[in-house]
Write a protein that binds this ligand. Structure first.
Ligand code: IMP
Length: 202
């Protein structure tokens, strides 16, 4: 069975494909299915609600089983912000550079130990018969003092994951190889859990 990926973010799409394909989940993009997915308003107040909204909308439009992810960054010193508003934190949707600039400015008075944060990802699969599967993944870390690295997307250049095995180097997610990011990322964890529920390779 093919699963349609319900996302227009090309960087995110690459990660979803990279993580799901080796797990035995065959994914296709809307253009490969001869479709153009319409925009959907993310009106939910949780990652889970937004992932469901995106997957349900794509499933209704395509008649195919659809997988969506909703994700973002939660910063403790900002009481969990930007959270579900991560993509539009600095106003314009998806302006990564401005989002990072705003975040670093908000945290500028804080020491490293007070800059704790986590990436969160809710992954959702909706089937045409209405069946819904969901899974969540989180990745703990700190916000650095300046952007570093060219990999990944979004807040990766300012996020220093805790679980990377060389903590003294304080490498950002954007400085890690894509495969290493997938092994420790919120998205990797959520999708591996979702794939188990779907019944892909263990
Ligand atoms: P969404 O497309 O509504 O899920 O928005 C996700 C937003 O959260 C992105 O635009 C990024 O700003 C941020 N984000 C989510 N996942 C990641 C990631 O893996 N790395 C960096 N930023 C991320």
């Amino acid at each position: 069975m093919d699963y349609l990926l319900a996302t227009k973010n090309s960087k995110k799409r690459d990660e979803l494909q990279r993580i799901l394909s080796p797990l035995g989940i065959r994914v296709i993009l809307d253009n490969e299915a001869g479709l153009v997915l319409g925009d959907v308003e993310e009106t939910g107040v949780t990652f889970e609600e937004n992932a469901l909204i995106k997957a349900q909308s794509a499933c209704l439009q395509s008649g195919l089983p659809c997988i969506a992810d909703d994700s973002g960054l939660c910063v403790d010193a900002l009481n969990g912000a930007p959270g579900v508003y991560s993509a539009r934190y600095a106003g314009e949707h998806g302006n990564d550079e401005e989002n990072n600039k705003k975040l670093l400015s908000e945290l500028k008075t804080l020491f490293y130990e007070d800059r704790t944060a986590r990436f969160v990802c809710a992954a959702c699969c909706v089937y045409p018969d209405g069946k819904v599967l969901t899974a969540r993944g989180e990745c703990e870390g700190h916000i650095g003092f300046s952007p570093a690295g060219n990999g990944g997307f979004g807040y990766d250049p300012v996020f220093i994951p805790e679980t990377y095995d060389k903590p003294e180097e304080r490498l950002t997610m954007a400085q890690l190889d894509g495969g290493i990011k997938d092994a420790l990322s919120h998205r990797g964890k959520a999708l591996r859990a979702l794939a188990q529920k779907i019944g892909g390779k263990k």
